[in-house]
Design a protein around this ligand. Structure first.
Ligand code: DQA
Length: 147
């Protein structure tokens, strides 16, 4: 069983820090990455933290996580609301996927209320800012403990 939690970030999340800070907070993605890494380490896990603006790359990484990760945390950004390809990639693997959003997508525009990912994910965490990544690590760790 691999000991690595993959943390995948989709389009525009590389802009965190300067991107709409009133919605997404002021932490940069590398700062969130090191927060996730430090927290995972306390639970005995490594993280593999990545970001891409490209749908197909995210699909490749999800497939990779199907073999190489014990869990996947996925903030697919806007692809959450559009991508059947990402949904199919999640459905094709056994590795549990936790969907994460920094913002509370349900308190925002209607087009953000639908996710192609939620019903194939193990669970969804949204609205807690960067802490959502830490909560998702806890969720994966406790899921794996119970198994
Ligand atoms: C987001 C929410 C999405 O609706 C949006 O397109 C993003 C970020 C979030 O983390 O709150 O890019 O996934």
């Amino acid at each position: 069983m691999p000991n690595t939690i993959m943390v995948l970030n989709g389009p525009n999340l590389n802009m965190l820090g300067s991107r709409e800070p009133e919605t997404y907070g002021t932490l940069t993605l590398p700062e969130i990455g090191s927060m996730a890494k430090d927290h995972a380490k306390t639970l005995g896990y490594d993280t593999d933290f990545r970001q891409s603006n490209h749908e197909g790359t995210l699909v490749d990484w999800i497939q990779e996580g199907g073999d190489g990760a014990c869990g996947i945390i996925l903030n697919a950004g806007a692809y959450t609301h559009t991508s059947i390809a990402i949904r199919d990639a999640i459905a094709a693997i056994k590795t549990p996927v936790i969907e994460v959003h920094l913002s509370n997508v349900f308190a925002r525009e209607e087009f953000r209320h639908h996710s192609y990912i939620s019903d194939v994910a193990k669970g969804v965490i949204c609205g807690f800012g960067a802490s959502g990544y830490v909560l998702a690590i806890d969720a994966i760790a406790s899921m794996l403990r119970v198994k």
